[in-house]
Design a protein around this ligand. Structure first.
Ligand code: GLU
Length: 351
């Protein structure tokens, strides 16, 4: 009799474990490289080589991930993020769209170098058509460092991607326990673990004790979406940094090399040096779009302040920093080349 009872108990336990596993969300991890996959010879020194470890090693280093979700993964690319390219963005966006279209995938986590994480996050934010969570994370310290931050960042990213509250918020960045929105997040420190902030909007929430907490509900309206699924290349857009004493020849290569757009990282409220002005007017005459953005870390670049934007056909970047303004301009140019139609994309606050 006792043997039968033990047998039945084992069957019940087996079924309940299986059904618990089935209830866990399926989160797919896309590894792209960066410090989170970096290794160095010393645990205390700063020298290391990024993008060394494969996805299996990264997954094995955090076995607790499987307690949160059914986590699978693939090594999509191995690139240090300073070498990120527009074509790799397209590869990444195509793969995320493909994964999220599947009923058996509830969210995607992307491990990425921190240098250009904000741009990749914003590109995906505008090109992934799904309310399911997409979370980027990385590390400031290599996997071999004392107190490496990668494992907890990855764990918190999976917690965030698996949380139903993360649905409909666009692409997120989870670093050092903060949940940050793709439109505003930026890297603000070159070496510290607390390297990412959203200087205008502030963080959307945080992860603590295995739980993602948000300060506000998800936006009611979905943000603008650009369909790049059939694109193999993006319009060429460059950034020029404004500074006291700037010379006009800084801009000449962009005019000569068939760029379709220029983002001018201006001083103050996107102001342009008088030597650069004639080149930007020439750019407009040649049909090149010009976006005024600002090298200032907070506040919007507004229309018609010191610059007569309507007269020259310039666009103001609103809250977007120059590198994000470049992403939006590239995508806007896939739809239209009329500056009047491009400006509204920059002032659509629900980016
Ligand atoms: N520069 C490398 C990258 O962005 C490593 C830096 C990092 O991941 O923090 O991929």
């Amino acid at each position: 009799m006792n043997t039968i009872r033990i047998f039945l108990l084992l069957i019940v336990l087996c079924f309940s474990t299986l059904s618990m596993a089935a209830e866990k969300p399926h989160i797919h991890l896309l590894a792209t490289g960066g410090t989170i996959a970096g290794s160095g010879q010393s645990a205390t020194g700063s020298r290391y080589t990024p993008s060394q470890l494969g996805i299996e090693t990264v997954l094995e280093s955090v076995p607790q991930l499987q307690d949160v979700a059914h986590v699978t993964g693939e090594q999509l690319m191995k690139v240090s993020s300073q070498d990120m390219t527009d074509s790799l963005w397209l590869v990444l966006s195509h793969r995320v769209n493909e994964l999220l279209a599947r009923a058996d995938v509830q969210g995607v986590v992307i491990t990425h170098g921190t240098d250009t994480m904000e741009e990749t996050a914003y590109f995906l934010h505008l090109t992934v058509q799904s309310p399911k969570p997409v979370v980027l994370t990385g590390a400031m310290r290599a996997s071999t460092a004392l107190s490496a931050d990668g494992p907890l960042n990855l764990y918190n990213a999976v917690v965030t991607a698996a949380a139903p509250e993360s649905t409909g918020r666009g692409v997120l960045v989870v670093m050092n326990s903060l949940i940050l929105g793709a439109d505003d997040v930026t890297k603000t420190n070159t070496i510290q673990v607390q390297a990412f902030q959203s200087p205008n909007a502030g963080p959307l929430g945080y992860v603590f004790n295995n739980r993602a907490t948000y300060y506000h509900p998800a936006p009611a309206e979905p943000h603008t979406f650009f369909d790049v699924n059939r694109l193999q290349q993006l319009p060429r857009v460059g950034i020029v940094y404004g500074y006291a004493g700037m010379e006009a020849d800084m801009l000449a290569p962009l005019l000569a090399n068939k760029y379709q757009g220029i983002v001018y990282a201006g001083v103050g409220n996107g102001n342009i040096h008088q030597r650069a002005f004639p080149l930007l007017i020439q750019a407009r005459e040649r049909g090149i779009q010009v976006v005024r953005s600002a090298r200032i870390p907070t506040g919007p670049t507004t229309l018609e302040a010191e610059v007569d934007d309507t007269r020259y056909g310039f666009i103001a970047s609103g809250e977007l920093n120059p590198q994000k303004a470049r992403v939006l301009l590239m995508l806007a140019l896939t739809r239209t080349s009329d500056w009047k139609d491009i400006q509204p994309f920059f002032f659509n606050t629900n980016y």
